[in-house]
Design a binder for this molecule. Structure first.
Ligand SMILES: [Zn+2]
Length: 314
């Protein structure tokens, strides 16, 4: 049986059809109709799915399920999107709206980070695991948990907000309004902020030179590249980043004793330059002598659609 998955983002809607082994057999992407009522997006989903199934010569009604991942919070019954700020979806009955087009196919709804963790369980870094943590290091922090071999959506159904666990009491202000969250200290955004600060303090150092003295040219990759090239100022920023992220991961290991923590998102592309000192950092801080592995997430941009497609199995 085939299953369909949608990953709705503020820029694009990605769609995929996967087989029983969570392998993608077809993938498409269309622009998200920003600024339109949600019904326009739902109609676009329905049309896209119809076209994709036609391409595979199967009717939509033969699909085992349809899953939708959104960057926001879902109500306890998994019927409605409570808030998805990037999509301007507020209290949207997304599940019933799509079922209106395909009444015979079960539709499931989830947060995109949770869905990504589920995708890693079926087809990526968490295959065979019972307890695992996914953390995506981007502009913000995304995260999902696998507990007891299933996607965990919080005890009260509010989801999991790994990025807003407090890492430094009274630390820098987070986007959520609290201080010292993991999101305030472990994102690509933190690397960018520190890189820009250094550009003013050290105008002759490598970050400033490579950025042509222009603040907006400083991104996380530039800071990481300068650290890789051995620049002392960039290396100092990167070492502090590893230390902060190491503390965040240590807390996850101490809380859940997971078999694996997988890191995704842009910063994780630094590869062993990040992972090797990070493992060493966690080894020194973790309560357990034999804590789980720290690996790169495997599914990248496809995680949302694969996870959405696998929701029925959760
Ligand atoms: Zn926060």
């Amino acid at each position: 049986m085939l299953q369909a998955g949608f990953d709705i983002g503020g820029t694009n809607i990605a769609a995929g059809i996967v087989d029983e082994d969570a392998k993608l057999v077809l993938k498409r992407s269309i622009p998200f109709p920003a600024g339109e009522p949600y019904q326009v997006a739902v109609e676009a989903l329905a049309q896209l799915l119809t076209e994709m199934t036609e391409e595979l010569f199967v009717p939509v009604s033969s699909l085992a399920s349809i899953g939708i991942a959104v960057p926001g919070s879902i109500d306890q019954a998994s019927e409605r999107v409570v808030h998805a700020y990037n999509l301007q979806f507020h209290d949207v009955p997304l599940r019933s709206a799509l079922m209106g087009y395909f009444p015979s196919v079960p539709v499931f709804l989830a947060n995109d980070a949770n869905a990504a963790a589920l995708a890693e369980l079926y087809a990526g870094a968490f295959v065979g695991c019972k307890t695992a943590v996914l953390i995506t290091l981007g502009t913000g922090i995304g995260g999902g948990l696998i507990l007891g071999g299933r996607m965990f959506n919080g005890g009260l159904g509010n989801g999991v907000e790994l990025g807003h666990m407090v890492l430094e009491h009274g630390g820098p202000l987070c986007t959520c309004g609290t201080r010292g969250c993991i999101e305030a200290l472990c994102t690509a955004t933190w690397l960018v902020q520190q890189g820009r600060k250094s550009l003013i303090e050290y105008p002759h150092a490598m970050i400033a030179t490579k950025a042509g003295q222009v603040l907006s040219n400083v991104n996380a990759k530039l800071v990481i590249d300068c650290a890789k090239a051995g620049d002392a100022i960039a290396k100092d920023i990167f070492d502090r980043y590893v230390d902060q992220l190491g503390s965040a991961l240590t807390s996850c290991f101490n809380l859940l004793d997971p078999e694996v923590i997988a890191l995704g998102g842009g910063v994780s592309l630094a590869g062993e330059f990040l992972f090797s000192p990070l493992r060493e950092n966690v080894k020194q801080k973790c309560f357990f002598k034999n804590c789980g592995k720290i690996v790169q997430a495997k599914l990248g941009n496809d995680a949302g659609i694969i996870g959405a497609a696998m929701l029925a199995k959760n």
